[in-house]
Design a protein around this ligand. Sequence first.
Ligand code: RIB
Ligand code: CA
Length: 324
Amino acid sequence: MPALPLIIDTDTGSDDAVALLLAAASGLGDIRAVTTVAGNVPVTVAARNALISLETAGRTDIPVHLGCAGPMLREASGAQDVHGEDGMGNTGLPDPGAAPRDGHAVEALLSYPRRHPGELTLVTLAPLTNIAAALLIDPELFTRYRHVYCMAGAADLAGNVSPTAEFNVWADPEAARIVTRAADADKVTWIGWDVSRKDAVMTPADQRRLQELGTPMATFTHRINRTVADFARNVTGLAGYDLPDPIAMAVALDPALITEQERAHVQISVADETRGQLVIDRRVSAPAPNLTLVRRVDEAGFKKLLFDTVAAPGAPLPGDAPAG
Ligand code: RIB
Ligand code: CA
């Protein structure tokens, strides 16, 4: 099966970084460009972390573009309490060799599918600010992509950043509302935090396996997620750190991993108390579905893809002496 041509929008925290490894080094993805946006960390840090992650996967040739530095209306809100001040587990990784390319991320999101109509898959791993801005310029944007996968929302209304909301939708609910109003369930698939919490938790045994693998990408994955492990222990109470962006990326790379999904009409709450909550209308009288919501994923299949990918030699870890 030919590798999937991808555009990836990211706020490169530690889980985004692992999703970039999957896209760049699994053999299933063909990353044409990465666009960055404020979210977990400021947009400049997101770009730095994306370049470091791609370099760890042995790819220094992929264009990375800087995007929106904050939400459409609201104050920027980071997630350094989850991912560390640097977004990468406070691992103090050295600067990447490559630099971001010229051209705003929103312009890239518009121009790439115009040059390659129907060919590119867009995977979003962040607040939807860049995507919404592109939609305001080109309301038909989604028709120009082959498919759009978003790590976004929580279909069971169990949130991570609030009792009912997932961070990417909560951070910029107005952007998420623009996206859902432009979406069609045949074209746009959301993989929510409910899926990550159930099917992408890295247990202590999984974490030990990464350490025992000892390859550059396995070590990188383990090290950068150590603050998320603390967040899991102290806040979410999960059995280990979960990987929302990697499981969303795995679904985009191999939709056969989906074991349960639904099509529904989804709106986004922008009210204070329920900011970022999905308002899912499952009534018979509901409007036509605008999203496909993935509900469960084959956990074993996802973890096989993850471990097979990071087991590869890859490039020496940034800052480490070359292995050997
Ligand atoms: O809620 C999880 C999402 O928020 C992930 O994309 C994570 O990187 C953070 O951005
Ligand atoms: Ca993210």
